[in-house]
Design a binder for this molecule. Structure first.
Ligand SMILES: [Zn+2]
Length: 306
């Protein structure tokens, strides 16, 4: 079974070939400022280009592909992007656009849910019944499993954990509200705050942030990280008190921080007394096994397999 997974991010589009559940090749492109101004056309064109690229790389023809799965941020319903504020997309039927060129079955799902499904079925959440996945990127997406089952409300997507308010009258969020968890604890928030103290542009990548900027010998940066982790802790402790998960897995760019002091610091903060209601049973905090590839892999899992 060979499938193609597409991951549309706030600043990057990735496409991969998945053979029997394994990612065998992938390619990606960063979205430019121009792309963002003409986002619908840019996405369709980039995805088609990248599909050709991975097919070339793997010497496969499109007729050998069973289906294409797409992961996209925001609210997805009936295979349509209903609302994706971080991309500035509203009511976009990207599948119909792609099917004008490629005649294959396609499905689209929220990116955090895709990543969560990949982690639950093959990765960091495999052995947990009650668990929460957080996708830490431009925003904070979430998915919750109880008794091994992905919780999905009837009306909207639900589990908009990134938009739970943690600061009254706080920072303005793209969703319209103020003080949302993701305006303080997303990777974008960390980048923004570090760029501010270093007085540099914040258009660097997550990798650059991880390798070059998370400098614990720099007092200014250490203070930013400390404050960032305090906000992240507030959100995580709320999640722990509500869902009592056995495991919380942190994905998106945060998945690269397993060996960075920032992860150890977060674990220490969560162990401080009076952080959660049931202090004696704190969940295991993990990082996503498939790192940023979780979305691409999970996008291609079909409903029957879930
Ligand atoms: Zn919000």
């Amino acid at each position: 079974m060979i499938r193609i997974g597409v991951d549309i991010g706030g600043s990057h589009v990735g496409v991969g070939v998945i053979k029997n559940g394994n990612l065998i090749d992938m390619s990606g492109i960063d979205l430019s400022k121009q792309d963002k101004q003409n986002i619908k056309e840019a996405l369709v064109n980039h995805i088609l280009e990248l599909i050709n690229e991975v097919l070339d790389d793997t010497q496969l023809s499109i007729s050998e592909i069973d289906m294409i799965g797409i992961a996209a941020p925001g609210t997805i319903k009936d295979n349509i992007i209903v609302k994706s504020p971080n991309l500035g997309l509203f009511k976009f039927d990207i599948i119909s656009e792609l099917q004008k060129t490629i005649n294959l079955p396609m499905q689209i799902r929220n990116d955090s849910k895709c990543a969560a499904i990949a982690e639950k079925y093959y990765g960091s959440l495999k052995d947990a019944d009650d668990c929460v996945f957080l996708c830490m990127g431009t925003g904070i997406g979430a998915a919750v499993f109880m008794g091994g089952k992905l919780l999905e409300p009837k009306r909207y997507a639900g589990f908009e954990i990134g938009h739970m308010v943690i600061v009254k009258d706080g920072l303005q969020c793209n969703c319209g509200k103020r003080g949302c968890f993701e305006t303080y604890a997303s990777m974008r928030a960390l980048k923004r705050n570090i760029a501010e103290v270093l007085e540099i542009d914040n258009d660097f990548t997550g990798r650059y942030l991880n390798e070059k900027l998370l400098d614990f010998n720099n007092e200014k940066i250490e203070k930013v990280i400390d404050e960032y982790l305090d906000y992240l802790k507030v959100g995580l402790c709320n999640i722990i008190d509500i869902f009592e998960p056995e495991v919380i897995s942190l994905g998106g760019s945060f998945a690269y921080y397993e060996d960075n002091p920032i992860f150890k610091k977060l674990l220490d903060k969560l162990k401080e007394p009076n952080s959660t209601y049931n202090q004696e049973s704190s969940p295991e905090i993990k990082v996503a096994k498939f790192k940023n590839d979780a979305g691409i892999i999970g996008a291609t899992v079909t409903l029957e397999e879930e």
